[in-house]
Design a protein around this ligand. Structure first.
Ligand SMILES: O=C(O)C(=O)C[C@]1(C(=O)O)C=C[C@@H](O)C=C1
Length: 272
């Protein structure tokens, strides 16, 4: 039986592109946002979901991090996708009065939009392909989306490669329900909450990794939503949660931190 894979819809999103690159033989199901995808994995309505985690120009995707933290799922894989945006529409550039896209995509093209379309109104949509579907209906609207979404919705390419840098890479998480076995080339993602952030608390947590020569590939803070200045720390490290040094470090950190949640331990991609 084909695996049921959930992504942001409608057809033609970058999330779908990432999912198809990873799993050729699958049934793709479309959802309105990343939390919906992750919730469907949690309910076992899906085998897996593919959601964006972070982008090289715009940073983390907050909704994905929040859903991974609050829901009972595991990251089971990751993949990096080069994101090339096009300006798509039915008319010529002079006809464009409104530019539509997902907030992440508009932000990745901020410089271009300011330079070339400072007079146009920008409106956010649920996804890049949703923008393309809307632009199909209104000639004064143009969408920032993938060239393939343009083909699917019958739009012309007004401009190609409109992202602000060619180094525009989005890292996607593959989300499932159980932890993959160690491969010897793994990554572990954690969320840590230090209730009483005393002086040196974060330093002590990081020290547990440093003394065991565990390499961290990412650390960032995200609001706990319990008050201004109160944060969760999201940490990625090289290694599997069953590797003895990682296990030891986590056992020590659990004594110190109010929350230590393993978001997943999964094979890491060779590219950074
Ligand atoms: O709207 C889409 O096409 C998506 O899959 C979402 C998304 C994102 O939120 O990061 C995915 C990749 C790009 O970074 C831009 C948009």
């Amino acid at each position: 039986m084909k695996r049921k894979v959930g992504v942001l819809g409608p057809e033609g999103t970058f999330s779908e592109k990432a999912a198809r690159r990873l799993m050729l033989d699958s049934d793709i199901c479309y959802f309105t946002d990343f939390d919906e995808v992750i919730a469907a994995v949690e309910r076992s309505d899906l085998d897996i979901g593919v959601v964006p985690l972070e982008n090289s120009l715009e940073g983390s995707v907050g909704q994905t991090l929040d859903a991974l933290l609050s829901r009972d799922v595991q990251i089971v894989g990751e993949m990096n996708l080069e994101v090339r945006h096009c300006l798509l529409g039915r008319g010529s550039p002079e006809d464009v009065k409104v530019i539509l896209s997902h907030p992440q995509a508009l932000a990745q093209c901020r410089g271009y939009l300011k330079r070339r379309f400072s007079g146009a109104e920008q409106r956010t949509t649920g996804s890049t392909s949703h923008a393309a579907r809307l632009a199909q209906e209104f000639p004064e609207m143009a969408a920032i989306a993938d060239a393939e979404a343009g083909e699917r919705y019958g739009l012309a390419i007004i401009d190609r490669n409109v992202q602000d840098s060619d180094e525009n890479v989005t890292r996607f998480a593959v989300v499932g329900r159980s932890t993959p076995k160690p491969t010897g080339f793994d990554k572990t993602s954690l969320a840590i909450y230090l209730e009483r952030a005393e002086a040196g608390a974060l330093w002590e947590v990081l020290g547990e990794f440093a003394v065991r020569k565990i390499n961290l590939t990412k650390i960032e803070s995200r609001p706990s939503k319990m008050g201004l200045g109160d944060y969760y720390f999201f940490i990625d490290l090289e290694g599997h949660v069953t590797d003895p040094p990682v296990e030891e470090a986590l056992a020590r950190i659990r004594k110190r931190a109010a929350v230590t949640k393993v978001l997943g331990s999964y094979p890491r991609t060779a590219s950074p």
